[in-house]
Design a protein around this ligand. Structure first.
Ligand code: GLP
Length: 247
């Protein structure tokens, strides 16, 4: 695992966009694994700028998102589908039919999970998977547990995650309690992983994920086993690691 230490969230966003743009240029029909949350916003803004100003071409790109809330349909402003439309799909020249997210209102959620794995595999998995990290060390919505889950699955969100996501909803009761998340097989099958983190709220999770034991108690720690994983973290997120003070 390689760690790129950067000054702040702005640098983190640019660095991640640089790696993603490299994949898009090298392989115009690449599959990108995409993430939501506050952390990737700068990365998507930079990719949009590169598309508009420098002709970065997404027309043959396919994207697969990590997760979606159960119970929110695509038109709900807090659905991850709506997030992707607002921050990425409407801002670059990707074909909307090449953008995949799990369907959080599918009638048969089990079948939806199975189908999402099948579809991702049929595309040969992601060339690059972008990842954020939860304050509790989750990736996608793979929450701390006593085992890793390989397949895409339905998950009950932890109290900490529900609390963390409350900022996007009017009331705590409105925050979805369940989600569909890509499992570890889908994530770890990507050719490259790029995990981004900024701010002191992520410091514990980053220290444990990068330097602690590989354990499902800290789901992000599994990326230590990936042959091509890059962590891009800012000074505050690295505060509890030996890299603190080097940026
Ligand atoms: C959600 C998403 C994760 C994301 C995490 C961190 O739980 N499912 O994929 O990494 O939030 O979000 P943020 O970047 O807003 O801190």
């Amino acid at each position: 695992m390689r760690i790129i230490a950067v000054k702040d969230a702005g640098q983190m966003g640019l660095e991640a966009a640089r790696l993603m743009a490299g994949v898009v240029r090298e392989k115009p029909e690449a599959v990108l694994g995409l993430a939501t949350g506050s952390t990737p916003l700068g990365t998507y803004a930079e990719l949009a700028r590169l598309c508009a100003r420098e002709g970065l071409d997404f027309s043959k790109i396919t994207s697969f998102n990590l997760d979606e809330y159960i119970g929110l349909d695509r038109d709900h402003p807090q659905s991850y589908f709506a997030y992707m439309k607002e921050h990425f799909v409407d801002l670059v020249n990707i074909a909307p039919e090449n953008v995949f997210l799990p369907d959080g209102v599918a009638e048969d959620l089990e079948a939806e999970c199975h189908e999402y794995d099948r579809l991702l595999e049929s595309y040969g998995f992601a060339d690059l998977q972008l990842l954020g990290i939860g304050t509790n060390g989750h990736i996608a919505f793979n929450e701390p547990d006593d085992h890793f889950v390989a397949a895409t699955h339905k998950v009950a969100l932890t109290a900490e995650t529900i609390q963390a996501n409350q900022r996007f909803f009017d009331r705590l009761e409105d925050v979805p309690t369940h989600a569909i998340t890509l499992g570890m097989r889908g994530i770890m099958s990507a050719r490259q992983l790029v995990l981004i983190a900024s701010g002191s709220g992520k410091a514990r999770a980053i220290a444990d994920a990068c330097f602690g034991p590989v354990t499902p108690k800290v789901p992000a720690s599994i990326i230590q086993l990936h042959a091509n994983a890059v962590v891009i973290a800012d000074r505050e997120a690295l505060a509890l690691t030996e890299l603190a003070g080097q940026v």
